[in-house]
Ligand binder design. Structure first.
Ligand code: EPS
Length: 383
């Protein structure tokens, strides 16, 4: 039986993006509305550029499925590119600072940045959202919910305390184009993006993902490779333009003594039936991770995205052929893709959670997985 994992292929202006998912159990119903809804949401958000008017992303599942239900074989998924012109797209000889252009051209020994930028492009995140959204179908059937949203754009920060339920978060987030549950902050974010466009500049920000309904013990402290927080951190930082990640109160934990950092443990027998099995906390400063495992509290993960590297005003750069100074290229670009990145982060986290969930409860079929899950919950409740 394969472990749950995925690979992606495809260039920004190539024929299509492909994701190959292995290790899904058989008997999982794929909710196409959910998956294509996520594909659409990733294309949106205030601050996107002209490309998103060209593309109409939706998944075409080529294998691993029969009448909408998985059969346990590898699943190949295609997302086609309307803007398919890789063979005629112009060469690029002046690298954009902050993009993969220079490092990639030096790595692959060429003065033409095109081959590197085509694959480095955030267009690839469409494939990752497809994989994550399909994995969410599995998580949902076990009552695990993953919600991503925008926490900050440029200097504008959202105020989202105390943390709402997943449904409330989704409703508030989906009410505006900043994908931010704080409506007042969303207005200011949109204004900041509008101003950045006027200034011919770009903006980054912070996205946040909450995972509700995950039982304790997903991930492992026994091997560093199996730590759930470490895997999520790696996956988050692998999203194009992400520069950092934190769990719970993250970097702010460094300023406080241990007594104000760790989440004290209580027991409430009336909560035995819930995902925390009765072990309650009054705080969640560690973001639901202890020892690289879920502890029954909601997971809280944040990631920081740098501003888009393609600037309308350009930046100082060098022509790789002549070595003479030359401003970086501009064709068209997003001004801010932080709202879209919140969708990517949500689905990337979902996949890592599903991967670890399948390692704990994994089986060939959904029925066997359900039995393993029920057995574990019952045994843990009766410790
Ligand atoms: C991107 C550049 C832009 C973005 C693209 C990421 O594409 P283009 O060069 O075709 O205008 O629109 O994002 C997507 C295509 C997408 O689907 O998110 C880049 O250089 O990273």
């Amino acid at each position: 039986m394969a472990f749950l994992e995925y690979r992606t292929a495809g260039e920004s202006h190539g024929q299509a993006l492909i994701v190959l998912i292995e290790g899904l159990p058989s008997g999982l119903t794929v909710d196409f509305d959910l998956v294509n809804g996520e594909m659409r949401r990733r294309q949106g958000g205030y601050g996107r550029g002209g490309r998103m008017k060209i593309e109409q992303d939706k998944v075409n599942i080529l294998s691993g499925i029969r009448s909408g239900v998985t059969i346990g074989s590898p699943m190949a998924v295609e997302v086609t590119n309307e803007d398919w012109r890789i063979d005629t797209a112009p060469e690029v000889h002046h690298p954009r600072p902050g993009h993969a252009d220079l490092a990639g051209s030096l790595k692959w020994l060429t003065t033409d940045c095109r081959s590197t930028l085509e694959r480095a492009s955030a267009r690839e995140t469409a494939a990752r959202v497809a994989a994550g959204a399909i994995s969410k179908c599995l998580l949902q059937s076990f009552g695990v919910e993953v919600v991503g949203f925008v926490r900050a754009i440029g200097p504008v920060k959202a105020n989202i305390d105390p943390s709402p339920t997943p449904d409330e978060l989704r409703t508030q987030r989906d009410a505006n184009e900043a994908y931010c549950p704080d409506g007042a902050a969303a207005d200011k974010m949109i204004e900041a993006i509008r101003q950045a466009k006027v200034d011919k500049d770009t903006l980054g920000g912070i996205v946040e993902v909450h995972v509700h309904g995950l039982p304790p013990g997903v991930g492992s402290c026994f091997r560093w490779q199996d730590k759930l927080d470490a895997r999520i951190a790696g996956a988050m930082v692998s999203i194009q333009a992400f520069k950092g990640v934190e769990m719970g109160d993250g970097f702010a934990l460094a300023e406080k003594p241990g007594s104000q950092v760790h989440d004290a443990i209580y027991y409430d027998s009336r909560m035995r039936g819930s995902r925390n099995l009765g072990f309650t906390r009054k705080t969640n400063r560690l973001g639901g991770f202890e020892g690289g495992m879920s502890n029954g509290q909601p997971l809280i993960v944040r990631g920081v995205m740098k501003p888009i590297a393609t600037l309308l005003m350009g930046m100082d750069s060098v022509n790789l052929k002549t070595k003479a100074p030359q401003r970086s290229d501009y064709e068209r670009s997003d001004v801010c893709a932080v709202p879209a990145a919140s969708v990517v982060a949500e689905n990337v986290v979902a996949f890592e959670v599903a991967r670890a969930f399948c390692e704990k409860f994994g089986a060939d079929t959904m029925n066997e997985m359900r039995a393993a899950y029920d057995f574990y919950m019952e045994a843990a409740r009766n410790l």
